[in-house]
Design a protein around this ligand. Structure first.
Ligand SMILES: [Zn+2]
Length: 479
């Protein structure tokens, strides 16, 4: 009776093994060549790999910038065989982190060919494979690559989508075990022998969370017809939740919370990390150069929006911009500078009213209310604050010994109003200025941009230089 296979636990040992074939050739799955690709649990593979990385002194999550404490917690949780819940607002890398875990799985695994959930040849989960192993003396195998299955939290999700369709009734009616009416795996079963990433676990209806718990904990499911079926799913269960989506209510049910270790994922800790994340993820890989002072200005504008202590206007921001804002600001500045034919970004590329800041930040932040100030005004203030701060930094870096001589040189260059980049100044003729520009810029293409930010800094921090409609002029003589 086929239907009994469902409840049977089928385990294949070397002594009781059928003949396995791979690409038409008979293979010995217990030989050194193949033994690492079956029989082990995902948790075991992960532990082995973690130790390997640890011994080699290699960071398994090198694509994640910073987050040293979080990485340690993740490694420890996995080492003790736990599931993980990443908690944090969107855009701080929860998904990237979960994806990076894929490296802890073997590159490929042996599976029974044709199996809908890529069953292990020695311990099948689905009925069809159990039947094959019990009845056939020759089983065809195949390689399956690493699996990372994203399951998007959706309040409308159905049991069929999540778990799948399994019907004992249909088997009793004589349907073949391979028939889709008998068994169609849902998303979680597709993650068998891989990673299941639940993006927004809390958004999944609570009845489904109960089923999920049953599947992960009891390793069984209850069908809509009321049958309890063992499903020995083997998956690394990783979930994420965004507290901002649930105001005060815990939307992940208690039994599931008890099955995960919560790891908070927040914004990058330092300005340098923020910049690094922006650079790594921007989509415009080519075009105008983005000198470091511009990167700092853009990243600071985003970071001030998150920091009520450092920037007063931030207290009006209810939903803070994530790293995606930083990434997009980098893209927008490069796009703007490239369009204008600049070799390196200039201040005018921001737009006359900081349009590129608005372009990258408007949709990524929310104010508490907008009666007395608009979002655009807030963004302008953030940009101003970021420019002031960055210019102060540059101004403070001018060596005190050379300050007087530098100003004398600027007095000559800026005797009449100049627009940087259009006057063809030979910077090398001015020794103090040249030293300063070399200190700021990394490449000759950045020299104009460096000269501009230097003038901007002296204008903002002293009164020696004046800025009039985008041109800088020396004014000290007038005072
Ligand atoms: Zn199977």
């Amino acid at each position: 009776m086929e239907y009994e296979y469902i409840f049977e636990e089928v385990v294949v040992k070397e002594t009781s093994s059928p003949i396995f074939t791979l690409n038409g050739e008979e293979i010995d799955i217990w030989s050194d060549e193949y033994s690492n690709y079956h029989s082990k649990s995902i948790a075991d593979y992960v532990k082995e790999k973690l130790i390997e990385f640890e011994k080699a002194g290699v960071d398994p999550f090198s694509e994640i910038v910073g987050k040293d404490v979080e990485k340690e917690m993740v490694k420890n949780a996995l080492m003790s065989g736990s599931n993980i819940l990443f908690k944090g607002r969107k855009g701080y890398g929860k998904t990237t982190f979960s994806k990076s875990l894929v490296k802890l799985l073997p590159e490929k695994l042996l599976a029974i060919k044709g199996c809908k959930i890529h069953d292990d040849p020695t311990k099948p989960t689905c009925f069809s494979c159990k039947k094959k192993l019990l009845e056939q003396d020759k089983i065809e195998l195949t390689w399956v690559p690493r699996k990372w299955i994203r399951i998007a939290g959706d309040p409308m999700m159905t049991t069929r989508q999540l778990i799948g369709g399994i019907s004992i009734q249909k088997i009793k009616e004589g349907y073949d075990l391979d028939h889709p009416e008998v068994f169609t795996p849902g998303r979680i079963l597709k993650a068998h022998r891989g990673i299941a990433y639940f993006d927004e676990l809390g958004a999944i209806p609570s009845a489904l969370q109960t089923l999920l718990h049953e599947l992960l904990e009891e390793r069984q499911i209850t069908t809509p017809e009321g049958d309890i079926i063992p499903i020995k799913i083997d998956t690394l269960f990783i979930a994420s939740t965004n507290p901002a989506n649930y105001k005060g209510t815990a939307d992940i049910k208690e039994p599931l919370m008890d099955r995960v270790e919560e790891i908070p994922i927040g914004p990058p800790e330092s300005l340098d990390e923020e910049i690094e994340i922006g650079l790594r993820n921007m989509s415009l890989k080519e075009g105008a150069l983005l000198p470091i002072w511009h990167l700092k200005i853009l990243a600071r504008a985003v970071r001030y929006a998150r920091n009520k202590h450092e920037c007063r206007i931030a207290s009006r921001i209810e939903l803070e911009p994530s790293c995606r804002a930083t990434i997009k600001l980098f893209d927008h500045l490069r796009a703007s500078a490239t369009r204008k034919g600049h070799k390196a970004a200039m201040l005018e590329d921001y737009g006359s009213k900081y349009e590129i800041f608005k372009l990258g930040m408007r949709s990524r932040m929310e104010l508490d209310y907008e009666d007395d100030i608009t979002k655009d005004e807030v963004i302008e203030k953030l940009a101003e604050e970021a420019i002031n701060r960055t210019c102060t930094e540059i101004y403070s870096a001018i060596p005190t010994d050379n300050f007087g001589s530098l100003i004398e040189e600027l007095a000559i260059i800026c005797e009449n109003p100049i627009k940087v980049g259009e006057n063809g100044i030979n910077y090398k003729e001015y020794r103090n200025l040249w030293d300063m520009l070399l200190m700021l810029s990394k490449t000759p293409e950045e020299l104009d941009s460096a000269f501009e930010i230097l003038l901007e800094s002296i204008w903002r921090c002293t009164g020696v230089i004046e800025k009039v409609s985008g041109k800088y002029v020396y004014t000290a003589y007038d005072r």
